[in-house]
Design a binder for this molecule. Structure first.
Ligand SMILES: *Cc1c(COP(=O)(O)O)cnc(C)c1O
Length: 384
């Protein structure tokens, strides 16, 4: 499905670390963090051991607690909602823009004004807190419409946590994904644009929040605390030096990594746009750079996506439905009583979307091969 884009320098960076005795909280973590300030212009970057951990720290820093309401999207990887559940906050889902799959800013505005209409079916009113934040996701590497979302946040006094875990290096009206809200989070699992094996980075320009998150990452040790003093309830969300060194090495050639992915996306586009029954990704005019994360095509309603997926797998092409809606995950249904039909656009994209093999190390021949098999299987499908 995907492949990391690693070179000899990345490998050497890891070897350099393991030739020293400092394997955590050293110079490579600091270098890695600095590369995010340099790229995005954010004042602070805090490296952690996953994107999920980063989102959780942002939720804590935004003061979101039990029963608090946060407007977010059901069309995402589960971690964006789970970070809220870790604090017993309540994700208030609104549907998405059918073209991009990003949260619909008009629905965000409506939800902030008429929150009652958007509360889950099953919901403990006694536990209900306040509407505290908006958590948009930059889906598949394309920024959400953040100006519109920030305007709603400003009007209602809400924090904005931008889940940019799929959008490292993307820009919105020339500004970097991750810096468009108060907090932004990037992630580096091996299928992301750059990888550290496991890892994440938070960016923010809020000094107080940054110090708090640094403390929480490190078992709640505030500046001045000794090794066994813990001012706050914290976590072990530290990244190790091997991961940070690998990440810093890739960050030094991020532009090249993203350009290769752009090239692969362009190869796909030129071939797939000619195939009837397949929709290719739509890019908004305000997206000044897409940071291609996955390549998700959509089949026409008449075509059975799951059957196509099976046929492609049978011919050796790995594919994945993308995303299975969050509100229909079993634990979400059990906890909040969501039902099929609650978020029709999300469900429709969830039924028709298929991620096809994608990475910056794919060759044009491989793209050709995948597209030819998709074309063949679709032709057979239509004939049958
Ligand atoms: C990858 C991803 C995350 C977090 O990923 P980790 O695996 O915890 O690093 C969060 N949100 C979205 C939308 C993601 O795609």
């Amino acid at each position: 499905m995907s492949s990391p884009d690693l070179n000899d320098a990345d490998r050497q960076a890891v070897i350099n670390v393991i030739n020293t005795p400092i394997l955590s909280m050293g110079k490579y973590t600091a270098d890695f963090e600095k590369s995010f300030c340099d790229l995005t212009g954010a004042k602070h970057a805090i490296a952690v051991n996953s994107g999920t951990a980063g989102l959780h720290l942002c939720v804590r820093a935004a003061g979101i607690g039990a029963g608090d309401l946060v407007i977010t999207t059901p069309f995402s990887f589960v971690a964006s909602s789970n970070a809220l559940l870790f604090e017993n906050a309540i994700p208030i889902f609104v549907d998405i823009d059918p073209k991009t799959g990003n949260i619909d800013p008009e629905l965000v505005a409506d939800a902030a004004r008429n929150i009652e209409k958007y509360l889950p079916q099953r919901f403990d009113y006694a536990q209900r807190g306040k509407l505290k934040a908006i958590l948009p996701v930059d889906v598949f590497g394309q920024p959400a419409d953040m100006d519109a979302i920030n305007a709603v946040a400003k009007e209602h006094g809400l924090a904005v946590i931008e889940d940019s875990c799929e959008a490292l290096g993307a820009t919105y009206k020339g500004r970097h994904a991750g810096t468009l809200g108060e907090f932004g989070v990037f992630a580096f699992y091996p299928n992301k644009q750059i990888t550290t094996g496991e890892g994440g980075v938070i960016v923010t320009s809020d000094d107080k929040a940054a110090h708090f998150m640094r403390a929480l990452r490190n078992q709640g040790r505030a500046p001045g605390d000794t090794w066994l003093q813990h001012t706050y309830l914290g976590y072990n969300y530290r990244i190790d030096e091997m991961s940070a060194a690998m990440g810093a090495s890739q960050m030094s050639r991020l532009d090249e990594i993203l350009s290769k992915r752009e090239q692969v996306a362009a190869w796909y586009e030129s071939r797939l746009k000619a195939i009837a029954g397949v929709e290719i990704p739509f890019i908004e005019s305000f997206t000044t750079r897409t940071s291609w994360f996955v390549y998700v095509i959509r089949f026409d309603k008449k075509i059975n996506r799951d059957e196509m997926a099976q046929k492609l797998e049978a011919r050796g092409i790995p594919v994945r439905p993308y995303f299975l809606p969050i509100h229909l995950q079993p634990y979400m249904v059990e906890r909040f009583g969501w039902r099929e039909g609650d978020f029709p656009v999300t469900e429709d994209l969830g039924r028709r979307g298929l991620a096809i093999p994608f990475s910056g190390v794919m060759t044009e021949e491989q793209v050709d091969y995948v597209c030819n098999i998709i074309r063949e299987e679709l032709t057979l499908n239509v004939k049958r």
